[in-house]
Structures are given as C-alpha cells and as structure tokens.
Design a protein around this ligand. Structure first.
Ligand code: NAG
Length: 402
C-alpha cells in the first residue's frame, strides 16, 4: 500500500541503533534475521507497474518505487501467470441477493474484538515480518500454529504452509465443500520497513496485521458454526495468508500460478489489506465506512460485496480506487480468477503510518475491524452455501473461471 513517511520515522531508529554491515559470508543468508542483504540488491528483477509497463529493476529500485507510492508485481518467477489455460474462461455470475440471512445474522455477534486484539498484539511483537528475514519465518510459524489452535481440532480442515524460496511461508486453510468450486478469503502476513527492511522494525499492525487477524476471527466463527451444525459447505472455502506481498505480490502469485497450472476452479477471491484505521476519515468529518475498491477488480463480485456490506454491516461502504497491483487480489485476477479488494476507508484516508516503526495497534479501531469481520464471514458463507451458480461460457473479460 502507498504511504507518505515523515522523515522522523527514518531517522529516529537509525540514530538509536548501530548500523550493522553484514560480513561477506553472511551475504545472501537468512540465518540472522537481517536478510535482504546487499548482494541481492544488485540482482535484476522483472516488475510490472501496469498492464503495459514492464521493466527490469534492482531490489533497491523496488524499495524506492514503493517509497514513492508505486505499486507493482514482481513477475520474475511468474511470467506465465494468466497464460496457462487451455480452455476458455467462464464468467461467474453471483447470486442476485442474500440467501442465508437467517443463518448468518446470528453468527455475527460471535466475532470478538478481544480475540483480534490478542492475536494482533502477538503478531506485531515480532521485530518485523519481512519475508526474507528469520523474524518473518518465525511470525509465519506462529501464525500457522495460531490458525491450527483456532480450528481447535476441526476434523475437516486441511491446513498447510505453502513454502517459497524465501524463509517465510504463505499459509492455506482449506475447508473442502461438496464442489471443487472454491471461494478464497485473503490477507497478507508480511510487513516491511521501507527504509532498511533487513534492519529496522516493522510492526505492521494495520498493514496487514489487521487483515490477518480480521480473517482469522471470521475463520474461527465459521469453523465453530460448521462444527456445531455438522454441515458441509457446497463450495470449497479457503483462507490464505500470503507471504511477500510487500516484495511485489510474490506469495500470492506463487499460489495462483500453482492454481492456474493445476486447473483449480476459484470462483471468488476477496483480499483485505488494512482493516483497522479510521481516524483520518473521522477527522475529515466523514462517516466511518468500508472502502470498496472499484479499479482492477471483478465488477460482479464487487457488486455482490456491496450487497453483503449493506445487509450485514452496521456502516456503509464508500467506493474508492488504489491503482494497479495494490494488493494480492491482483495475483488472482492475473491468473484469471475473479477478485475484489476491500480496505478500511476511502484510499486517501487510509493509514499513513504503514511501512514504518509507527504502524502500531494504538492507531487502530477494533470496532472497525469487526465490521470487516462481519463482511468477511457473511461473504464467505453466502458464496460457499449457495447451490445456484450460473456460468457463462467464453467471456474473457475480467476474471473468470475454468
Ligand atoms: C495442527 O495441530 C495438530 C495437533 O497438535 C498437529 O497434529 C498438526 O500437525 C498441526 N497442523 C499443522 C499444519 O501445523
């Protein structure tokens, strides 16, 4: 996500900590938690800044672009994403209206702020969750064990890390439905300090600790519901916690590349990246709202999400835009899957503390995160309980399914 970073946040940590230069034999290793070393800063990476703008840059260039508020996908390892299909895509048509209000509405009150806070306190206590660092590996291992504990022995859950060529794994929690059609709920688990990612702290409370614990709490209530009612969903439902979003959507590209290659049938993917900050909205005298992104998303899924918010949330939505490749939904849509993105507010009113040591819990509203939790839980259940899917053949515009 884009940020404007006061110079103070750059200087303060530097002045108070010794500047560590890795020894030559440490270059390129991840063992000491100070990875992302100088050696690989010279390695060229292929990045995509828009549908037509593709260039070779260094790792240092990538950081500079991000500091400048430019989003991109690092497509070096996934250049064939979106080009692997052998059959034409179908356009997914979502249900006209909400079908399970009586079942879903009573569950919403089970979403608990205390769980979100407890999870976020632990998650932000890692020095950083930078994907190349050993801290990032540790935070991912903690998250996996936390998800496992949250599922509390639910027998039908398939939970596994999705490893990468860097130390931090993505995580996939899969609840098999009667159909292979799959609904994906995503957030990214990594954080970054954009000045010295290998060195400086990055609590990443909002970006994207908030999204991580929001979908985890929705996951908890959903699992409890399935356990108590002893039901199987119609669609398969997956929760994804991506690694290396901040490296250019690396973890999510690896996953959707794999899904496209293996013919996985994803009918909806919702990403949430930053769900907790509302102060700027309130200071501007605007109503607290959920930000629904309208650019580079699937219009049908986005319309359905608006209906979910109107039905199940206590606050309205505001339409907003964030540009090309602004979070992991872009990987799903590049792979040909319909995706959407929801953020804490209008994009201009989102959190300016991100990517620094100041991305802290104290700036966040857990009441607001509960609203995102309601939307997540309701969307996941509406789409995975429905028996009625209409699929139009051969429409190659926007996202689609196999
Ligand atoms: C989840 O916990 C169970 C019980 O402790 C364990 O057997 C299993 O390996 C864990 N799964 C993962 C993915 O860590």
């Amino acid at each position: 996500m884009k940020s404007q970073i006061p110079i103070f946040f750059l200087l303060a940590p530097l002045l108070s900590s010794a500047f560590i230069v890795p020894a030559p034999d440490q270059l390129g290793t991840f063992a000491d938690g100070h990875a992302g070393s100088l050696a690989e800063d010279n390695e060229k990476r292929l990045i995509q800044l828009s549908p037509t703008d593709i260039r070779w840059v260094t790792e240092a260039d990538k950081l500079a672009l991000k500091r400048d508020g430019k989003n991109f996908m690092d497509i070096t390892d996934h250049q064939e994403l979106g080009q692997l299909r052998t059959t034409s895509r179908k356009q997914v048509v979502y249900p006209e209206s909400m079908q399970f209000k009586d079942k879903i509405t009573p569950l919403l009150k089970d979403l608990k702020k205390d769980n979100m806070r407890e999870n976020l306190e632990k998650f932000t206590s890692f020095h950083t969750r930078y994907y190349k660092s050993d801290y990032g590996r540790q935070s991912s291992e903690w998250l996996l064990s936390r998800i496992n504990a949250t599922a509390n022995g639910y027998p039908h859950l398939e939970l596994a890390p999705f490893p990468h060529r860097w130390p931090q794994s993505s995580i996939i929690a899969r609840i098999p439905g009667k159909s292979e059609r799959t609904v994906v709920i995503g957030a990214h688990q990594d954080s970054i300090n954009l000045f010295f990612p290998s060195l400086l702290g990055a609590p990443g409370a909002d970006d994207d600790g908030s999204g991580t614990v929001t979908i985890l709490e929705a996951f908890r209530v959903l699992i409890e519901h399935l356990r108590e009612t002893n039901t199987q969903l119609e669609q398969t439902l997956e929760f994804h916690w991506y690694s290396a979003e901040e490296g250019g959507l690396l973890g999510s590209q690896a996953i959707f590349h794999h899904y496209e290659k293996t013919g996985r049938d994803v009918v909806a993917m919702l990403q949430q990246d930053m769900t907790g900050f509302v102060q700027k909205t309130l200071d501007a005298g605007k109503p607290e709202s959920v930000g629904v992104i309208t650019d580079y998303v699937d219009p049908g899924l986005t319309d359905f999400i608006k209906k979910v918010i109107t039905e199940y949330c206590d606050i309205p939505y505001v339409e907003t835009q964030c540009g090309y490749a602004c979070s992991d939904h872009a990987s799903a849509s590049k792979g040909g899957y319909p995706s959407a993105f929801v953020i804490e507010s209008s994009f201009d009113d989102s959190d300016d503390h991100i990517h620094t040591t100041e991305d802290l819990i104290k700036y966040l509203s857990f009441d607001h995160m509960i609203q995102h939790g309601k939307m997540t839980l309701a969307l996941a259940l509406e789409l995975s309980k429905t028996k009625h899917w209409n699929e139009k053949q051969g429409d190659d515009n926007g996202g689609g399914e196999l």
